[in-house]
Design a protein around this ligand. Structure first.
Ligand SMILES: [Zn+2]
Length: 500
């Protein structure tokens, strides 16, 4: 085989791999949005079959040989081709290091675990879920050892969601956050609370759907490339840069919950749609890591969506659609209400200030479970103790405690830190953006497309061309420093709560 033939084969392989991912993605989206309840079993079979073929295709012997050949000829490739090969090889090497029977058994375990978790959460029965969780952590530890026997297992897992991330970096990041956020939160808790009563009421679903359209308009999202669906737990999925789907969940008594869901998922969608055409149908298409993805969704949700200027921009729309609640509200009242901060039990409902503390609880526990200093049996008590320590709240039951998230049931160990990192990345990106743009004025004028253009130029168009740390460095021209995030939070919440 010569290099040109190998490259041709590699391109075909990526195209076919993309086709399977596309089909699997559409099936997943369908299952989470409009498919009828009884469709799950049939869809599961189809997805199982497709996933099996996809596995053989991307991790089979022939593929391993092809990638090995290209890796031996890296110096004959262009920079982009080199990146394609090494980026593709990462996933391949991880999957190929796991014996196929164990890989398949793990997929079955995850499938069962998700059902058991859902039931355990509904019935507040941690003991029913514990054996599954134990197996999930054991398997992850074992798989990490197959892949990188010389690396700490939890570092291996952190790397699958944020390449280059280590426990040492996370420890430093969370310590810096804790040092600033905990005393700030104490002041916030002691201050008078903003009025949020007008955020509750009756908001008919039809009007909320119209509101979602208006929000996507304010974000200048190209609707010919982005559709919105309804689901239980909102998510975004992109098939290519011309076909991205966001989802939301409407609560009749609360219009703001869906509003921030739409803005958050819209941020993910913009990132996916901004990926350059030249990378489409290759492994370099779309966002590079969970942390960078969350930086974009949280940038739109919190930095833009919860700014004073955006509140002034969106208020007339709220007044038009829901006059009963918003007719007499000022932009300042809306701004303060949507930035209300208080310690709470549930991560997904946490505000911008307390959110990272929820992540720290999960980080400490995952790390201890992976290192073996904590057992699954001890987990609920450890969870409750951490919630008390970081947030000062008493956890009344496991359903609102250790059982609340789906991540561990889905095998996603090492994923949580990327949420907090994303928020912090975004604050440093904002500081850099302000050197080039008058961000406040642009939001006030409704010219968010100029903000999007900056992000597209610095981040989105690069797809997965660079690792997250390199992409960040190119964007911010400085290494990541949590100081920007803690400064941003301090300034914002001092203002919202009139602290001195
Ligand atoms: Zn997100």
């Amino acid at each position: 085989m010569d290099v040109t033939t190998a490259l041709q084969k590699f391109r075909e392989l990526q195209e076919t791999s993309h086709a399977y991912s596309h089909a699997l993605g559409v099936l997943y989206y369908d299952g989470a949005t409009t498919a009828p309840a009884a469709s799950a079993a049939g869809r599961g079979r189809t997805m199982g079959t497709l996933a099996g073929i996809h596995y053989d295709l991307t991790a089979g012997e022939e593929t391993i040989k092809l990638i090995d050949f290209l890796k031996a000829h890296l110096d004959e490739l262009t920079d982009v081709q080199k990146r394609e090969v090494t980026y593709f090889a990462r996933d391949l090497e991880y999957t190929a290091s796991i014996p196929k029977e164990e890989f398949v058994a793990y997929q079955v375990l995850l499938n069962d675990a998700e059902d058991v978790w859902r039931k355990a959460k509904n019935e507040n029965d941690f003991d029913a879920f514990a054996p599954y969780l134990e197996k999930i952590f054991d398997t992850n530890r074992r798989f990490a050892g197959y892949y990188k026997p010389d690396m700490a297992p939890y570092d291996v897992l952190l790397n699958t969601y944020e390449h280059g991330l280590t426990m040492a970096q996370c420890d430093a990041f969370f310590a810096a956050l804790r040092e600033k956020v905990v005393p700030l939160l104490e002041k916030v808790v002691a201050a008078p609370k903003p009025d949020t009563s007008f955020l509750q009421g009756h908001f008919p679903l039809e009007k909320q759907r119209a509101f979602s359209d208006r929000l996507m308009e304010l974000m200048k999202i190209d609707r010919s490339r982005c559709a919105i669906g309804e689901t239980e737990h909102p998510f975004t999925t992109g098939f290519n840069n011309h076909d991205v789907r966001i989802t939301t969940h409407y609560h009749e008594e609360d219009a703001v919950s869906s509003m921030y869901s739409v803005i958050h998922e819209g941020g993910h969608a913009l990132y996916d749609m901004g990926s350059a055409d030249e990378y489409e149908y290759t492994c370099l298409a779309g966002g590079v890591s969970m942390g960078i993805h969350e930086s974009q969704s949280r940038f739109w949700e919190n930095i833009i969506g919860r700014s004073e200027e955006f509140c002034a921009l969106v208020l007339p729309v709220l007044q038009e659609l829901f006059p009963e609640n918003f007719a007499n509200i000022t932009p300042e009242q809306l701004y303060k209400a949507v930035n209300k901060s208080e310690p709470s039990l549930i991560r997904t409902e946490a505000d911008e200030l307390t959110y990272a503390l929820h992540i720290m609880v999960r980080y400490d526990l995952e790390k201890a479970l992976m290192e073996g200093s904590l057992t699954v049996k001890e987990l609920p008590a450890a969870w409750n103790a951490k919630m008390k320590e970081y947030l000062g709240v008493d956890v009344p039951d496991d359903a609102r405690g250790v059982l609340q998230d789906t991540h561990w049931a889905g095998g996603m160990v090492g994923y949580f830190p990327s949420y907090a990192l994303g928020s912090a990345y975004g604050a440093q990106m904002l500081a850099k953006m302000k050197e080039d743009l008058d961000v406040s004025a642009l939001i006030s004028a409704g010219e968010t497309d100029k903000i999007a253009a900056w992000l597209e130029e610095k981040l989105w168009r690069h797809g997965s061309r660079y690792d997250p740390d390199e992409l960040f460095l190119r964007c911010c021209e400085a290494p990541f420093d949590p100081k920007w995030f803690t400064d941003y939070l301090t300034e914002k919440f001092t203002k919202v709560y009139n602290l001195v």
